[in-house]
Design a protein around this ligand. Sequence first.
Ligand SMILES: [Zn+2]
Length: 249
Amino acid sequence: MSEILVTLENVKAPQAKMHKDAAAQFVQLREVVKKGAGFDFLAVCGDIFRDAGFVSSKDGVANRSWHKTGRAIDYNQDESRLVIVSEVIGGKQFFRTYLKTNNPKLGEHRRVKDYRGFYVSENLFDFTAEAFVCGFERIPAWNGWQRNYNRREFWHYQFVPKGLSWDAAMLQLRGKVRNQSQTVLGLNDRGENVKELQRQLNRKGLLPAKEIDGVFGVKTLAAVKEFQKRSGLIADGIFGEKTRELLGK
Ligand SMILES: [Zn+2]
């Protein structure tokens, strides 16, 4: 059996490990960046893997973070060739990362405004665009990012296949999901799967009909826990294999 969590070769980070699928994408991205920007930007990273029990009191650090699933990286924010440009999409604050190539043959000549207020006019490599190509996505900055550096998140990229919930990813990592095609649902998950779960909870009289909205919030969580308690399961509020089986009856 192959390990699900693999070590990233020659990467300097506190814990340079990722889920094997994400690791493969990381290796690909690292190569593209190395060629396109002219230096091995991803050889040094900030946080990559975080232990499941990791709790931070630091502002902006999510306890249900994708770092714990082995699917997220924080790149090296101390890199001097970084150019960070503000991008507001759908009312959310994102940032685009460019890397100065210091080479007229690499990147594209652009004039951009760094979010710190100064303009840069030189050959730049679009790191964000290449990360997208490799299946990584960025996350928006948290509210209050202007005053609090830790909330900016421009350094954070994650590889999360469509439909994969955080809880499912955590269970995958622990090797606890036998059938990986089955969705495990938990707090903050959204979508049709959540709606179906809510309908089932409603049929059992555990959730009012007006709460069937496709958002796994605190009321759905309480209903799942109540069902688990009644069924003699561990009331962890995670809709996994056993809970699904019993609720479907
Ligand atoms: Zn991060």
